[in-house]
Ligand binder design. Sequence first.
Ligand SMILES: [Mg+2]
Length: 198
Amino acid sequence: MLMAGKGFLGFLCPDLWQRGIQDIDLDKLKSRGIGALIFDIDNTLAKWGESEISRDIIGWIERAKLKGFRMCILSNNLSSRVEAISKRLGIPAVRKGIKPFRYAFNRAIAVMASDPKHTAVVGDQVFTDILGGNLCGMYTILVAPISRHEFITTRLVRVLEKLTLRYLLARGMIAPKDIETRRPLEMAGAGSCDGHDS
Ligand SMILES: [Mg+2]
């Protein structure tokens, strides 16, 4: 969880860095008391604007179900695509959720009948997924974006995200190996980095 005394910058630091959803260790989450998961869609579950989900991620979601995790999709997106992905994965979706505002996350937590302490948020963006999750007091997991293709405003936010991460690195709040996990998956090739707890 978020360490006290870091101020606002601490809210931008994820608890765990991973290359992708499929690399998240479900048993480790369980041992932390996490039983509910909130997922971002764009470039976390699927490539931006696409509905196709990789076999690795589908397999991971199925394993999570078997282990008893409750799950919910949270997207700023309004489209029927959210519904299609929700149906495909068999997990509920909260739409029109404006991240990083708490209201959106609280709706997802309510859908799963969970609470922030026992919920983790998984997303690819620092200023929406991670900031919002930390503000709510959830465990936060930052994954690398699946693809380089993104909405124009997201691309602009990425520039700010990069600068912020460099600043956090300079202040010793994150480690060089954390930054390494940020390269888009389709660029990074095979293999995954171990996450760590901040
Ligand atoms: Mg995203």
